[in-house]
Design a protein around this ligand. Structure first.
Ligand code: PBG
Length: 341
């Protein structure tokens, strides 16, 4: 007997009661025991807006992602709706001339986001419209709040955010998504919406949003990468913490959040799972720009299979317990799911 034969012989004598591989022996068997599945209903598509007409301007650090003028966005959203994507999230690239210290343009009922909401509502009434409440696309310094001296002031910012939410609801937003991480903003937004008759507008709070290096390409896309003074660590969470995420989520749910979010996604799947287990509230994860860029860049280099990595990464969010995922892959993932169905 040679070595290989001796090994086969030894193996033949094993009498194993448990052979987990039996349930993996063929595709039908794997399908039978599959615990989680990704569905088009899990996908929220974030998209970037820019002024002008008939524009689709590529974002270099996010290959495959564009900034859309409002008319082009309407077309893109119609395509997303046709694929069955339930909701889109809008982020504006604001003309630098319109940005100022006080984020004045955030309250302009004719700003890019509001115009896009109106146009999309008219043309694609059945898709959910999520708008971002935060001041960074509108401030000259790129922070999510108002800067006084070297402090991002909380309460004065919250007052502006509540007004911003009402402006967006008037334009047709279905879900207000505050991403600013100021304290007390969910309650202030809820009260302001209710006072204006928008009690059916939902709030999806970015409850556990971390001060992350993975937002880099997003800041390119909305044009804050170069203007941002300092960092956001006095309001976004420390990546070292997860108990704190539970406290943040608890506060937002108490204040009336209908849904909560954890952001970024892949490096924080443990937080997603803890939040889901602790509160059983609809919990979303944001697969952010840097995550998209990493997967896309590796795929473009031929280092990974892009489509498989995309679907595997999205399934990971479902396994962690997320109700859905904000992902720049939404349209491509929806197409891939359709092709596989
Ligand atoms: C800011 C905001 C950010 C993202 C969404 N809203 C970035 C930041 O906090 O600087 C990041 C999204 C992404 O990276 O895809 N209000």
């Amino acid at each position: 007997m040679n070595d290989a034969e001796r090994q086969t012989d030894a193996a033949a004598q094993l009498s194993l009661l448990h052979r987990p591989r039996r349930n993996r022996k063929s595709e039908w068997a794997r399908r039978l025991v599959r615990e989680n599945a990704l569905d088009v209903s899990d996908l929220i598509w974030p998209l970037f807006l820019i002024d002008g007409a008939d524009r689709r301007e590529p974002v270099p650090s996010m290959p495959g992602v564009c900034r859309y003028s409002v008319d082009a966005a309407v077309e893109a959203v119609a395509q997303a709706a046709a694929l069955g994507i339930p909701a889109v999230a809008l982020f504006p690239y604001t003309d630098p001339d319109l940005r100022d210290e006080r984020a004045t343009a955030a309250l302009d009922p004719e700003n890019l986001v509001c115009c896009a909401c109106q146009a999309i509502k008219r043309a694609v009434p059945d898709i959910g419209l999520i708008t971002d409440v935060a001041l960074d696309p509108y401030t000259s310094h790129g922070h999510d709040g108002l800067l006084v001296g070297d402090e991002i002031v909380n309460d004065a910012t919250v007052a502006v955010l509540a007004r911003q939410a009402v402006v967006q609801a008037r334009a047709g937003a279905d879900i207000i998504a505050p991403s600013d991480m100021m304290d007390g903003r969910v309650e202030a937004i809820r009260k302001a919406l209710d006072a204006e008759g928008f009690e059916n507008v939902q709030i999806m709070s970015y409850a556990a949003k971390y001060a992350s290096a993975f937002y880099g390409p997003f800041r390119d896309a909305i044009g804050t990468a170069k203007t941002l003074k300092g960092d956001k660590r006095t309001y976004q969470m420390d990546p070292a913490n997860s108990d704190e995420a539970l406290r943040e989520v608890a506060l937002d749910l108490e204040q009336g959040a209908d849904m909560v979010m954890v952001k970024p996604g892949m490096p924080y799947l443990d937080v997603v799972r803890r939040v889901v287990d602790a509160y059983r509230a609809p919990t979303f994860a944001y697969q952010v720009s840097g995550e998209y860029a990493m997967i896309t860049a590796a795929a473009q280099n031929g280092w990974i299979d892009g489509e498989r990595a995309m679907l595997e990464s999205l399934l990971g969010f479902k396994r962690a317990g997320a109700a859905g995922v904000l992902t720049y892959f939404a349209v491509r993932a929806a197409q891939a799911l359709q092709e596989r169905a």
